[in-house]
Every structure is written in C-alpha cells, then in structure tokens.
Design a protein around this ligand. Structure first.
Ligand code: ADP
Ligand code: ZN
Length: 515
C-alpha cells in the first residue's frame, strides 16, 4: 500500500500535513531521519504510516509508559495491529506479545527504553528474530543531558543502533535547542540523518505574560470571559493544584485536579472527564498533558513561571491543536525564580545545575521582555521571525499606550515621600487615603495622602506594574519588594517628559466569549 492510501484508509485523513510526507518517504527508503516538529504537528503519523507500508515490525521507543496503553488502544481501534511491552505486565503477557511480534502478528511494538537492555530477558536479543523494519525514537530530546528532560536510559539507544546497523532510525521531538539537536544525532549514532525541522510557530496561539499580583482574581476574570472553553491550569505543586481547584469550584467553575498524589483511578477518571468535555478545566502539575490528544484545548494557564522555555513551549503547545485560536497565559512573580533555583540546586551535578540555571534565566528574560513574545520564542529555537506577530500581549500593548503622566507622577512621588521604604500595596493605601492601621499618622500628614482616591485599587496596581515593567520603579529584593525610583524615572521627571504606558486594562476580555 502507498503511504497516502494508509492515511486515508486507517486514519480517514485526506492528505498529509506539513513535512509528514517527506519524512515518511525518507524513512521508507531506509534513511535515518530526525524530525523536529511542534506538538500537534502529527509526529505519530510519521512512523505509524511507514509501519503499515514496510514489511516487518516498527519498534517505537517511548518514555511514557503511562500513555502506551492509550496509544496502542487507539491504533487497534483504527485497525492497526499494535502492542506494548512494559514492566507492569507479567511474564506470560510479555511472552505473548513477543511471540506475536516474532510471528508478524503486530506492526508496531511500543517499549520503554529500559526494557531493551535490562531484566532477565532483555528485549534486544528477541528483536533479532522480529524482522525489524524501523525504529522510531519518540521524545528523542530525552537523550540529551542538556535537555530539560534527560533520561539516562536513552543513552543506551546508541547500543541498539549498533545492534541494528541496517535498520532505519527515526528520532522525533517537539523541543530541541541547538545543543540538544547535536546530541540527538551523536548519541543515537545516526547515520548521516536527514533533518526535518518544521517551523515551531503556532500562529493560532496568543501569548500573554503578566505579574502574579492578585493572580487568582485575574485567573477568575480570565476564565469568566471564556465560560465555554476547555483549558488546563498548571500549578507548581500538588498542594497548589488542590487549592486552586477547590477555589475555582467555590467560585462557580467546574474544575478537577490532576497530580501524581492522586490514585491512578482518580487521575484517569479526571483525565477522561476533561477529554470528553464533561469538565472544562483541569488544574494540574506538569505531569498532566504528556501525549494527551485533546485537540480543542482553548487555553493553557501557568500560575507559576516554568523552569525553562522548552517546558513552557511544550506545555502551551497543548492549546489550539485543532488550529482554532488558542491562548497561553503565564503568571509570574520575581519570587518564582528563587523557588525554581532552589529546586534546580537540589541536583548534585554542578555543571548540570549551572546549565539549568542559565536556561531559567532565559525564561525570566522571556517574562520580562518588552519585545514580541513570539519573536523571542522562535529566536530561542533558532528560527528567524522578522516582523512582530501582532498576537501577543507585547504586540497588543505596543500600539495601545495611554498618557499616564499625571497618575505616574502621583505614584512616583508617593514612593519618594514614603522614603522609598515601602512596597506597592502600602504606597497605594497612602495614595487612596486609607484609614487602615497600617498607615501611620505621620503618613496621613503627607501631601500625597489621599490624592489618588478617585481611582481604584486595581487601577493603581496596574499602573504600578507598568512602571515596574518599563523600568521606572525598581523592586530589587524579591523577598522584600520595596519600591525605588530608577535613574530613568528621575531623568524623566526632571525633563518633564510624558509617561506613555501600556495599561493592561483589557487583557482578559480581548476575546468575545465563544459559545
Ligand atoms: P504530535 O505527536 O506531533 O504532538 P500527534 O501525532 O498526536 O501530534 O497528532 C496531533 C493530531 O493531529 C492528532 O489528532 C492526529 O490524528 C492529527 N493528525 C495527524 N496527521 C494529520 C493529517 N495529515 N491530517 C489531519 N490530522 C492529522
Ligand atoms: Zn508579538
């Protein structure tokens, strides 16, 4: 059968997408290939279709044991004979699958890399009798020590390659920076591999990054504007998953938690409900989503800064896989990098720690960038993107600046009158003439006390964040966020220049609620 006939017959799709066809053609001609394609591009088809065209067995290496069953079930359902082998199966089950593979009864065999060389019956020996036509290495970035998801067992795949020098290898990944790309080719000992690098751009995803002050309030606001959309809310810890899910439910949203601390049944049940649209929002640790095939995820929210750009890109890539508009919203605070640094430093390999910290610094820079987010992301993956995208918060705000001179002067002078000793919250109390006991009598005597009472607390916060984002106010110690004026602010005040600021006003209701 021809590749296109396989696609039509088993998948019911009319045509290949992007580089699928070129990858498939090379693989069938026994060439080693590396395919870098963003999440949702359709990597699986690149080895599943050849598996049906080639005479023998296609071995699929995947680190995600938990997902193998789903993938195999899905294949069997469309009439493609496939099976998996992993440590959760007993010996007789494993033997049955091996026998099937030897007899040619299955076309695809999924295994975790550790199954190849360890155990009493390492699979690599049996493979010799299985008429291997192709080896597909999924999540191939796991082979790189410098990737964000290094798995030592992947290094052994080099030996698999040597055991099957004439069988083509296809390595696939959705994320790989330059170093990782080199590693994939070198460590798998690929033979002059053909590279397929798809654009990583996901033009239908809108990127937004915002400071996490009143994060929950902003999240509620965001969700209220999208009452019919399905989405994922990522939290850093199990505890914050539980808290956030409970708070969302208390606020009238239907949200379910997902994290490794829940029982397997519970996790599966929540995942099912989400996939079947019985619940719109899943609140999860990053354990959720690996390989989940739900195409109508409309938004992905991060309530904390991810460790690195790769993770962020992979996670946000779960939005809009159906090609319809998707949104990525990231909340960060200056404290996030401290938390993450602590997590990174718990590893004992010094070089690794240094490398991961550098990656994290790039993530921080992404959060703070004042140029187009998409340009930044694609640049990180080595792609040139010359214009601004017009579909990220920075681009939205660029053309939408308001004259905030008077209000900025008020806020800045309040900071100065308070001796540059207080955080934004307290400065706002003074500006708004609060009766709170936190405001001392001396502060009530200041000329700035109450001059901003006509404006809401939220207004002053947003203005404060903009002044911080634009570098007029400094918050040097993230542990104790005291505001100070920067030289830039002093200069501007002295020259009586205007403060043109992008007020984040409509960030969350830019889109009409869909039905
Ligand atoms: P990836 O592994 O690259 O994230 P998948 O292989 O899971 O992506 O595919 C993403 C979605 O796109 C799946 O629902 C898949 O069935 C669909 N898909 C793949 N190839 C095509 C195609 N040629 N035409 C239409 N849909 C496709
Ligand atoms: Zn942009």
């Amino acid at each position: 059968m021809q590749p296109i006939d396989v696609l039509k017959k088993f998948y019911g799709y009319d045509s290949f997408r992007g580089q699928q066809e070129s990858v498939i053609r090379q693989v069938i001609e026994k060439k080693d290939c590396i395919a870098l394609m963003p999440t949702g591009a359709g990597k699986s088809v690149c080895y599943q279709v050849p598996a049906m065209v080639l005479p023998g067995l296609t071995l699929v290496i995947s680190p995600l044991i938990a997902l193998m069953k789903d993938q195999v079930d899905a294949l069997n359902e469309i009439g493609i004979p496939a099976a998996f082998l992993n440590s959760t199966m007993d010996i007789s089950e494993q033997r049955y699958v091996s026998d099937q593979a030897m007899k040619g009864g299955i076309k695809l065999l999924y295994v975790a890399p550790e199954r190849l060389f360890s155990g009493t019956h390492p699979l690599v020996n049996a493979l010799k009798e299985m008429n291997l036509s192709l080896v597909a290495v999924d999540e191939a970035h796991c082979v790189s020590q410098w990737g964000h998801d290094f798995r030592p067992e992947y290094l052994k795949l080099g030996a698999l390659r040597k055991a099957f020098p004439d069988t083509p290898f296809l390595a696939l990944t959705a994320t790989a920076d330059k170093q990782t790309r080199k590693d994939i080719s070198a460590r798998l000992h690929l033979n002059k591999p053909e590279w397929f690098i798809s654009s990583f751009d996901r033009p239908n995803i809108t990127y937004r990054v915002t400071l996490r002050s009143d994060g929950f309030g902003k999240l509620v606001d965001f969700l209220q504007h999208r009452p019919n959309d399905a989405g994922i809310v990522y939290c850093l810890s199990r505890k914050s998953v539980e808290n956030t899910a409970a708070k969302l439910n208390a606020n009238g949203f239907s949200a379910l938690p997902y994290h490794a601390g829940l029982s397997k049944e519970n996790r599966q049940e929540n995942q099912e409900k989400f996939i079947k649209d019985e619940v719109k929002i899943i609140v999860a640790t990053i354990a959720f989503g690996m390989g989940i095939d739900k195409s109508n995820v409309r938004f992905v929210v991060h309530t904390n800064m991810p460790q690195n750009i790769e993770s962020y890109y992979q996670e946000t890539g779960r939005a809009g896989r159906d090609g319809l508009p998707g949104e990525a919203l990231l909340f960060y605070s200056l404290g996030d990098s401290i938390t993450l640094k602590r997590m990174i430093e718990s590893a004992d390999n010094e070089e690794y720690v240094r490398h991961m910290k550098a990656k994290m610094d790039t993530m921080v820079a992404f959060c703070q960038t004042k140029s187009c987010r998409r340009k930044y992301l694609l640049g990180y993956f080595g792609e040139k993107y010359s214009q601004d995208c017009g579909n990220c918060d920075v681009c939205f705000q660029k053309n939408n600046k308001s004259d905030m001179t008077i209000f900025s002067q008020m806020l800045l002078s309040a900071v100065v009158r308070l001796g540059q000793q207080f955080g934004l919250g307290h400065v706002i109390l003074v500006l708004r003439g609060s009766q709170s006991a936190k405001v001392t009598n001396a502060q009530k005597e200041l000329s700035v006390y109450g001059i901003g009472k006509d404006r809401s607390d939220d207004f002053w916060k947003r203005l404060g964040f903009q002044l911080i984002a634009e570098g007029y106010l400094l918050q040097e110690d993230p542990q104790r966020p005291i505001l100070k004026l920067s030289d830039l602010a002093w200069e501007k005040l002295k020259r009586k220049e205007k403060f043109l600021l992008a007020m984040e006003e409509e960030v969350f209701n830019l889109r009409e609620p869909s039905n």
